[in-house]
Design a binder for this molecule. Sequence first.
Ligand code: SF4
Length: 331
Amino acid sequence: SEYILEVKNLYKEYTSKNITVKAVTDISFSIKKGETVGIVGESGCGKTTLGRCIVRAIPATSGQVLYTAEDGITYDFLSIDKKKLKELRKDIQMIFQDPYSSLDPRMTVLNIITEPLKANFPKMKKSEMEQRATEIAEKVGLNPSYLRRYPHAFSGGQRQRIGIARALVINPRIVVCDEPVSALDVSIQAQVINLLKDLQREFGLTYIFISHDLSVVEYISDKVGVMYLGKMVEFAETETLFSRPMHPYTEALLSSVPVADPTYKMNRIPLKGEIPNPANPPSGCYFHERCSYCKDICKKEPPEYREIEKDHFVACHRVEELKLRGFSYDE
Ligand code: SF4
């Protein structure tokens, strides 16, 4: 396969107290080795749930995650048996938003970093584990003398470095980064993002980068998917998506962030109203109540997610018309 990972028709539904919430609906996208795919959307859009389903931290309701392993064989990561999962789980790791809450305060940094080695390589010698922990600590910019300390002794940025070291110590091939810099001071964010980029280059990593922060996603991603209420509404190469978005929701999201280029004039399209309740989504297009371009059909029929031009997917009834009008980048 030309892709290292292909997410196909992924669904996740929760039912509690007889109410079904469609957290993730029919998501499909593919990633090539060494690429970063950013997933953006407002909180509650299902992007974290999507990430968790992909790494099998929670079970998906249906769909496939086709993973082409190092041996060249493609497996459905969601349906492989326990034995195979044990073997392949280390290949797909996750980095979390809040490094503090994901680190056990009673464990030394050394134990935090070596824990995945113990779980995945039970026969590995202690000295080798320490050796690996020391190496990865250096790679992520942590002084190896910190390994004997406890996580509370560290700043947010350093804790996230510990979280990254822990995810990378077992040599994963794919890393799902869930809001990895959102809890950090802005001044520290760039350092951690650049560290992630350096590590990607050095280890040939493939990233799924989940964030609500458009500028961070634009900076790190090769391709970007935009989620709204559990659905993917647009997916394209980063440059395409940011310079000529085709979905009205993407357009509205982008128009809410300041643009650095003063020659670039964009229609200011306000995002009307609130995100609807996912337990009771609107009819037709989930975005219709907030969309400035809504027509009758939008209220009745859900738009199909289609490839409008090469590698550019959009779910909107009116995309051709709006594109013809050149909405978003007129004089
Ligand atoms: Fe707006 Fe209709 Fe497109 Fe939905 S389908 S984004 S309501 S124009």
